[in-house]
Design a protein around this ligand. Structure first.
Ligand code: PLP
Length: 362
């Protein structure tokens, strides 16, 4: 089946096949990949290769550190404030959807300025850069590169991407769009992502941070939450999620072998335009309400003209081998998540099914 789930997302088939073999026996270790010590040379090689490959895939400059913390993006949303907002210092947040709001909930004891929010129009657009009310001396400005539920993404038609925040470092949640196109990492102070969309399995995150920011970072209350300690210990202050890390490494390698971010940029443009064309060309049977300038290429919410058809749509989709299409409870309707592991044929199959369903029920 083609899996359109928003996450944990489908992994590429070659990765799953390799993982199946290594789960039983890893190389000549005489044990499964999940049984070998994280401090042994074999796993250290896996971990270091994953970092080297991620640096290649995303063209990460040397003056940026890469961390692989256990846990999800929500945890990083809490840790960035703990690490970078000194007591009393302001942080600026631009809220463009559900995950931007979630990020706010993780920083209750910090002086937060909501510099802009798209909530008034139901997060169907991203407030123009000129309307942002940034603080003078914020520790950072936080944005969500792609809103997984509302389906809005910073795209070139919106304006300058990434937005210019002057001397204040830009921190971005790239959980659902990392590696879908080439980006200039040096324009960001920090990038974080939960891995379970484009990078593979849930349970591990990636944090890419300008080293100089880490050096003047705040005071986390515990060593385990301290990005500097994590860096000094190669993200192994405690037992890391080795299986997840290994799967992430395999997924990153697969993306490099497929042609890297330039190739996924090409595929994302093709896949998303096929699906938006099917929605927009349906004469109103299907609709997507997001401002075309910021329509996401990764997560495409859409609604049927008659919501009483939703269950029949989902049942028929499943029978046609198209799963994971039910929309998030916040919005309802449908959502197709088309991450890097989704082949173009999967989107063609979905579009064919949508046309056929409309012919039967339109
Ligand atoms: N940020 C974005 C953009 C997301 O899509 C998600 C989850 O889907 C999160 C944050 C939260 O991630 P996690 O569940 O890994 O904490």
């Amino acid at each position: 089946a083609y899996n359109f789930s928003p996450g944990p997302a489908a992994l590429p088939e070659p990765v799953l096949r390799q993982a199946q073999a290594d789960m039983l026996e890893w190389g000549d270790a005489r044990a499964s990949i999940v049984e070998i010590s994280h401090r042994g040379s074999e796993f250290l090689q896996v971990a270091r290769q994953a970092e080297a490959d991620l640096r290649t895939l995303l063209a990460i400059p040397d003056d940026y550190a890469v961390l692989f913390p256990a846990g999800g993006a929500t945890t990083q949303q809490a840790l960035i404030a703990l690490n970078f907002a000194d007591a009393g210092q302001r942080v600026d947040y631009v809220v463009s959807g559900h995950w931007g709001k979630t990020a706010l909930k993780q920083v209750p004891s910090v002086d937060v300025n909501i510099a802009a929010s798209g909530e008034a129009d139901g997060f169907r657009s991203i407030p123009a850069r000129e309307s942002w009310r940034l603080s003078d001396e914020a520790a950072y400005v936080h944005v969500t590169a792609n809103e997984t539920i509302h389906g809005v993404e910073y795209r070139p038609a919106w304006g300058q991407v990434p937005p210019d925040t002057g001397d204040v470092p830009l921190f971005a949640d790239f959980s659902s769009s990392i590696a879908s196109e080439p980006i200039d990492v040096s324009r960001y102070g920090l990038i974080y992502a939960g891995a379970q969309k484009n990078l593979g399995p849930v349970g591990i995150s990636v944090v890419i941070v300008r080293r100089e920011l880490l050096e003047r970072a705040g005071q986390p209350r515990a060593d385990i939450f301290d990005y500097r300690s994590q860096l000094a210990n190669e993200s192994m202050l405690n037992t890391p999620p080795t299986w997840n890390w290994y799967l992430l490494g395999l997924t990153v390698r697969w993306m490099i072998e497929e042609g890297g971010t330039a190739e996924f940029d090409r595929r994302s443009a093709l896949k998303s335009s096929l699906l938006y064309a099917a929605i927009d060309g349906s004469g109103g049977f299907y609709r997507n309400e997001v401002d075309p300038a910021v329509r996401s290429r990764m997560n495409i919410p859409f609604f049927l003209v008659d919501p009483t058809l939703d269950a029949a749509f989902l049942d028929g989709a499943r029978a046609a081998g198209l799963i994971g299409l039910k929309g998030h409870r916040v919005l309802g309707g449908m959502r197709a998540s088309i991450y890097n592991a989704m082949p173009v044929e999967g989107v063609r199959a979905l579009v064919d099914y949508m046309r056929e369903f409309q012919t039967r029920h339109g």
